[in-house]
Design a binder for this molecule. Structure first.
Ligand code: FAD
Length: 394
């Protein structure tokens, strides 16, 4: 019998598997894809804090980033620049392969082409129903980690509840006329969210956007627009899609079971970035499970320590980020333009860039800092917010 079955061999599942295998537990990873790194839909941007915390190897990093241009709906540009690199663009398939190989090196067993279908918790074990290359089988384990990414149907079937909110991201690799900087666009190309152009090499980029409705349609229009402007030279590739949870699951553990990563909704609601929060939570999940396995206590009460610990680490960020996300979705293009004008005219962008707490990964302090500028707050107050924002005069 396995000590742990991890369903999902993405970054968070493989990270949990690595830590538990390294501690000597017998770990099986079930991955529905044919191989690691296959068809991943992701911009692949992670902050330097994540790179350092998880010693991400240079060979999976395409480039470092120390600047980005943000464009308002009317084309007003905010140029954010810091001397030191702030983030990295990953070769996402290579990253997934590296993290899988590290877990395998530590002794984790991988079964590809193997889809977790169901989990039955029994007295002293879990029985996991798996579909492998058309065959149905049952595998026994002491515990199970669900790291299947955005899989609302499976999570509901397992009785783990529903995501409070989610959106869809879509992306495509394109050839560019030569772009060297990340570009983020706000406006009707991605209502309520944003569109991006992320250069991976001097002549290639990932172009994508998030949208609650018709993401494919919006992206095709946006690609046509970029092509007409000469920004990209080919836009014919196939689009890929991915669901993005904006609120976590109400409950992320029960007897003998832990949910982690996108499956748990451990994702920044502001940007949709989930790699760092998923890895942080994977650390907590592995620590909790290791101790629980050592003590032979896999009760819901014992595993609840995982839920408490990750919510303590990420809860405030997820709540503030979600609140800011909903607020942003209510802004008109005119209001977004106005905020860009105020930020530029008041030198707020410079002030934010100088602030020590400006972080690629932790947004709540910057959100609250921004709201303290009375001009920004006043623009938002025009929307009759159910609270009063404001504080710093400019
Ligand atoms: C368009 C887009 C852009 C993004 N950009 C960024 C970004 O720039 N930075 C960032 O940090 N995050 C980004 N994200 C989010 C990021 O991709 C995820 O947060 C991250 O992949 C989560 O890792 P995970 O291991 O939890 O889930 P996944 O990476 O989704 O891995 C889950 C794995 O489980 C497997 N699986 C699913 N169901 C089953 C099953 N029943 N049985 C067995 N295996 C199963 C899947 O095949 C997959 O391999 C983006 C997402 C999208 C959609």
């Amino acid at each position: 019998m396995y000590d742990v079955i991890v369903a999902g061999g993405g970054p968070t599942g493989s990270h949990v598997a690595y830590h538990l295998a390294e501690k000597g537990h017998r770990v099986l990873v079930l991955e529905r894809k044919r191989r690691a790194g296959e068809s991943v839909c992701c911009m692949g941007i992670i902050g330097l804090e994540c790179v350092n915390a998880f010693t991400i190897e240079d060979r999976v990093i395409l480039r470092q980033v120390n600047s980005a241009s943000l464009f308002s709906p009317s084309g007003n540009r905010l140029h954010l620049w810091r001397k030191e690199p702030q983030a990295c663009i990953l070769d996402r398939p290579a990253f997934d392969i590296a993290i899988t190989e590290r877990a395998q090196g530590a002794g984790a067993e991988y079964h590809f082409h193997s889809r977790l279908k169901d989990v039955t918790v029994e007295n002293d074990r879990v029985s996991v129903a798996v579909s492998r290359r058309g065959k149905e089988l049952k595998i026994q384990s002491k515990s199970v980690v669900i790291a299947t990414g955005f899989t609302p149907g499976l999570l509901r079937r397992l009785g783990l509840g529903r995501f409070g909110d989610f959106t869809t991201g879509t992306q495509v690799e394109v050839k560019t006329a030569g772009t060297d900087e990340i570009e983020v666009y706000f406006g009707d190309m991605a209502p309520g969210f944003f569109a991006w152009l992320v250069p991976t090499t001097p002549l290639m980029a990932r172009v994508g956007l998030m949208s609650r409705k018709n993401p494919g349609l919006y992206l095709k229009k946006w690609l046509a627009h970029l092509a007409a402007r000469g920004k990209i030279t080919s836009a014919e590739a196939e689009l890929s899609y991915g669901g993005i949870p904006l609120k976590p699951l109400p409950r992320t553990c029960s007897e003998r079971l832990i949910v982690v990563g996108d499956a748990a909704g451990q994702v920044k609601p502001t940007s949709g970035g989930g790699i760092y929060y998923g890895l942080l939570s994977a650390d907590i999940a592995a620590r909790t499970l290791h101790q629980a396995l050592e003590d032979g206590d896999l009760s819901a009460k014992r595993l609840a320590g995982y839920e408490r610990a990750w919510r303590k680490r990420l809860g405030r960020e997820l709540k503030t980020g979600y609140w800011a996300r909903r607020l942003f979705e209510r802004l008109s293009d005119r209001q977004i333009d106005r905020i860009f004008e105020i930020v530029k005219a008041g030198g707020i962008d410079e002030a934010l860039l100088k602030a020590k707490d400006l972080s690629f990964d932790w947004h709540s302090k910057t959100i609250l800092r921004l709201l303290k500028y009375q001009m920004v707050a006043r623009t938002l107050n025009l929307m009759k917010l159910p609270f009063r924002a404001g504080g710093i005069d400019r």
